[in-house]
Write a protein that binds this ligand. Structure first.
Ligand SMILES: [Zn+2]
Length: 156
């Protein structure tokens, strides 16, 4: 598991280094990329939404994320995220073939803060007992996948 996360993290960082020019258009320095949650719906950014009168269910833009990055010390508690597998490792192993082979490629990864990662990985487990929690988890998964799409489409 540790080996897979390390490889995913390296592949994500390699990918973002290749996209340096595109990232600069949003004011995002490559060196800060693996320091902040890439879930643009992250609840950790609610204080920023409050300060800037952004609806709490809305995603922040890459430019707004760059704004957060510039105030690094203020927002440090949301920093140092983990490389998360979008198609979970267990599923990749079970599916085998191309899923297993490509499990650690950047397309299958996103940097998430500890809270987002934990909920993304375990929120759909058997402990989810209520419809409300299930709905919340599905929303969270949608948010993260939408964020991944926004990142990918913004860096073409
Ligand atoms: Zn987060």
């Amino acid at each position: 598991m540790t080996g897979d996360s390390t490889k995913l993290k390296r592949n994500l960082n390699d990918y973002f280094r290749l996209k340096k020019k595109q990232l600069n258009q949003y004011g995002i320095p490559v060196i800060n990329l693996d320091k902040f949650c890439q879930n643009l719906y992250c609840k950790g950014y609610d204080f920023y939404r409050n300060e800037n009168v952004i609806n709490s269910d809305s995603s922040i833009s890459l430019v707004q994320l760059s704004d957060i990055m510039e105030n690094y010390n203020k927002y440090l508690q949301y920093a140092f995220p983990e490389a998360a597998h979008i198609v979970p490792l267990a599923d990749c192993k079970e599916l085998g073939g191309i899923y297993y082979k490509r499990r650690n490629e950047h397309e299958n990864g996103i940097f998430l803060c500890h809270n987002c990662h934990k909920y993304f990985d375990h929120g759909n487990g058997d402990w989810v007992q209520t419809q409300e929690l299930k709905d919340y988890h599905h929303q969270h998964m949608d948010d993260i996948q939408s964020s991944k799409i926004i990142w990918t489409e913004s860096l073409v």
